[in-house]
Design a protein around this ligand. Structure first.
Ligand code: CLF
Ligand code: SF4
Length: 491
């Protein structure tokens, strides 16, 4: 388990007092808590909805976890990147199959996770089909959980076709976060993504199908925005099909009230048996994805930390503890115990305040450097906002862009873990280096000489000089050490 903070060290009463004082004196609440927007520039009601949602707040994803329950297997459209043997690829990684649950089984699982994973803040339904089309099961699950764990945030993901007929109920159920996957606003482009839809007891194909889907998606988005429900739009970036078109999608969804836009790379593999996989449609490279995201930086707020998780994912984004909570491992009867979640929130409130202070200090340091370049820094981290993972243990790196303008999170790179019980695999290292294309420096808690030399030969600097430092502090220390020295030399 990625235990960020020791819960054993908590003395509940004393800690609660300290935490309350810290909050009331502006400890955490004065800070933006990391999404680039915060209380100073955000409606407090919106802030309350996003501050502990790991997908809607970049900062929150270092601290808070989501879980998905795979209760909704039916779907009403066909996407060319989906094989129905697997989960809904609109918001989950293709090629994996989730354990499908009844609403009652889902409740048992959510309670078991809430008792064991203190970071849990959000329950999402993201398939394995469409949460709105399979509405009866989605609603039954959310109703039961809301009764048992009233402070958990409810979140659903849909292709949008059946969304408009459920918006009023979504509002009544206090579902504050809805994701709609919108890959096009031009049905001619849609026809290249969706071969058919099933709507009003009829199957439609081609441009007509995409026209209907588009109208329903826009209607659903407008209805949700009118009810102050936060809408995240997911778009799958399909090179040569909709990549340029997503600029227009971004403009339109922003105008219609979307809160966040998440551009996800197409994952296409012949082994998944999808239309795109079998016809050789490629997904974007990491730098192509970043280039598109950078062009959208002035549009709707962008989500760059999506991990395309499974429809039964459990844990912090980027970690998946789902297998620990398979149904056959859970007791038949389980009662909710809020103590770990409550204690964790108190500690995080303080951590967030400290993190913000260090981040500001780091950025002030960078601002003092003239004429230094923007660089991409890959961080090995287990979460908690710190450089706290061994290079060889990383299965992903978080990527930050640093320059005198500041430090911002720009994405992540998934890799195969290099260290296999004390020894490293050369082929894996080659794959890691390829995945780190465009990265200037890797910062980690520890690295051996062999991978360090290989990275250097590939032109990637690496340092383990700041183990367990806040990410921004480590980046600033490396940046200043590197560019101050260079500037002095050239002066
Ligand atoms: Fe789940 Fe989606 Fe809610 Fe998050 S995931 S339903 S908004 S709680 Fe998050 Fe996972 Fe990306 Fe989705 S990282 S795939 S964006
Ligand atoms: Fe597959 Fe999801 Fe598309 Fe349905 S909406 S076809 S489950 S990717």
């Amino acid at each position: 388990m990625a235990n960020l903070i020791s819960l054993d060290s908590i003395k509940p009463v004393a800690r609660a007092e300290t935490m309350r004082e810290a909050l009331e004196s502006g400890g955490c609440s004065s800070a933006s808590c990391g999404s680039s927007d915060g209380p100073a520039d955000m409606d407090p009601a919106v802030w309350a909805k996003v501050k502990d949602h790991p997908c809607y707040s970049e900062e929150a994803h270092h601290y808070f976890a989501r879980m998905h329950v795979a209760v909704a297997p039916a779907c009403n459209i066909q996407c060319n990147y989906c094989n129905r043997k697997y989960d809904c690829a609109n918001e989950s990684r293709p090629g994996v199959v989730s354990e499908k649950l009844t609403p009652e089984q889902a409740m048992r699982k959510v309670i078991a996770v809430a008792n064991e994973v203190p970071q849990l803040s959000v329950l999402g339904i993201a398939g394995p089909g469409d949460a709105c089309y399979d509405w009866r099961k989605t609603k039954a699950t959310f109703d039961q959980i809301a009764q048992q764990i009233p402070d958990i945030k409810l979140c659903l993901s849909t292709n949008g076709l059946a969304l408009p007929e459920h918006v009023d109920e979504i509002a009544r159920m206090n579902i504050d976060h809805v994701t709609i996957t919108i890959n096009m606003i031009d049905p001619e482009i849609g026809a290249k993504i969706y071969p058919w839809i099933f709507h009003n007891h009829r199957r439609y194909e081609g441009v007509e199908a995409s026209q209907i889907l588009h109208e329903r998606q826009m209607l659903g988005l407008e209805m949700l925005a009118a009810r102050n429900i936060l809408v995240k739009v997911n778009s799958v970036m399909i090179p040569g099909v909709n990549d340029q078109h997503l600029l227009e999608v971004n403009r339109v969804v922003k105008a219609k009230g979307a809160f966040l836009h998440n551009i996800m790379p197409l994952i296409s593999d012949p082994a998944h048996g999808t239309h795109y996989g079998l016809t050789g449609q490629r997904g974007p490279r990491a730098l192509e994805l970043k280039a598109l995201q950078d062009r959208l930086a002035d549009g709707t707020k962008l989500m760059r930390h999506c991990r395309q998780c499974r429809a039964d994912a459990v844990g912090l984004l980027g970690e998946d503890r789902g297998q620990e909570f398979n149904l056959d491992l859970l007791p038949e009867e389980v009662a909710y115990d809020p103590s770990k979640r409550d204690a964790y929130r108190e500690i995080v409130a303080v951590e967030l305040g400290e993190h913000q202070t260090h981040k500001k200090g780091a950025e002030a340091g960078l601002a003092a450097v003239d004429a230094a370049p923007a660089v991409l820094v890959a961080i090995a981290t287990k979460g908690g906002g710190r450089i706290n993972q061994h290079f060889g243990h990383a299965s992903e790196f978080q990527v930050f862009e640093a320059s005198p303008e500041g430090i911002s999170f720009v994405g992540h790179r998934k890799v195969d873990q290099y260290c296999q019980g004390g020894w490293g695999e050369d082929a894996t290292l080659e794959g890691m280096i390829a995945a780190l294309e465009g990265i200037d420096v890797v910062l980690c808690a520890k690295i051996g000489d062999c991978p360090k030399d290989s990275l250097a030969a590939a032109g990637i600097a690496v340092s383990d000089a700041w183990p367990h430092a806040w990410i921004e502090s480590g980046i600033a220390a490396w940046y200043l050490a590197t560019y101050r020295a260079e500037l002095r030399l050239s002066a």
